[in-house]
Design a protein around this ligand. Sequence first.
Ligand SMILES: *Cc1c(COP(=O)(O)O)cnc(C)c1O
Length: 388
Amino acid sequence: MGYEAFPEPLWAEIDLCALRHNFSAVRSHVGKGVRIMAVVKADAYGHGAVAVAHELLRQGADAFGVARLDEAVELRENGITQPVLIFGPTPPQKAPLLARYGIIQTVHSDTYAEALQAALLAQQPRRRVQVHIKVDTGMGRLGYIATGNGGDVPLGQVFAGFSSRTMLDVCGVFTHFAASDAADPVTARRQLAVFEQALSELPAGMRDRLCVHAANSAATMVMPGARFDMVRPGIILYGLRPSAEMDTAGFDLRPVMSLKGRIASVKRVPAGFTVSYGHTHVTAAGTVIAAVPAGYADGYSRLLSSCGTMLVHGRPAAVTGRVCMDQTMIDVGHIDGVQEGDEVVLLGRQGAESVTADDHARLTSTINYEVVSRILARVPRVYVENAE
Ligand SMILES: *Cc1c(COP(=O)(O)O)cnc(C)c1O
């Protein structure tokens, strides 16, 4: 293998076959009667939002969820016409963009609702914006506090406040679980009960006109009662488990992202040879050290210094010394014939071996969500079809 095979030092391979597989696992799990809002915030957890959204549309995704206005606009500018919901607050002065692009905005408080209303009223021509109301049932983040969670305003009264906000068209209501990925999701069941009570506070008939939703990936998998009209899976679409505690048996997920590079340099070195910043690694015996063009500025965490593993020729090779901004060294002394330009796998499979996002998460004290979404923009995404 040489440079000609793929002319980038480092790239993230996104397996569309695995993405389709994970989506259809969700679809067959929830059935046809429940809409699927594919969560593609943070550039689809590092997988590339536009490509992922187009692929999932072809598979029957009904809507998309993002965190920020710019993420929603990117989808619209790239031909996605399905409903897009922004979970986080859009600055009111940018509210006209919501109207122009037909994007649904989450409203989490009366203060925010008033600011949106005022910003839209000031605009000519006047255009209304669709909103979903966020209810805090125990996440303690955004949303109107539900009565069952210590709030003192029944949901019906919250909704009544919107009758004078003529520029806001309330078409949905939702909540978010804090711990649906626990081994036993007791608190999520409590949140669900709190949400159902809040829904019961709505005037008769109103609930039927709203899109009601609650389930993230974990709840989509294990809480059928939390599906309502629509589910909002994110991490499972990318083939990763919502948490290590969860029993995911019966749910076949395939990781979508691999991180691969080409070895930049190979050198035979003597014993006592110092490697990388701080000289934290000194070779005990003669060996072969390879430099890999990936560093913490690519999202390869510096916490993997002297403890990460990469794969070369289908065999594990240990990270030696500190991860630099753009380079990382590995010891390949035990692997025959390693040459500059050879493929190295930082995340994913090579032969019988694999390095998973969960492995990186464990070594860097975080969760697999962060491992994939911290792979930064300078790493090109390459879309492939690896049928199994
Ligand atoms: C991120 C997010 C999701 C998706 O969560 P996963 O655990 O990745 O499935 C769903 N809903 C909201 C509001 C979110 O912020």
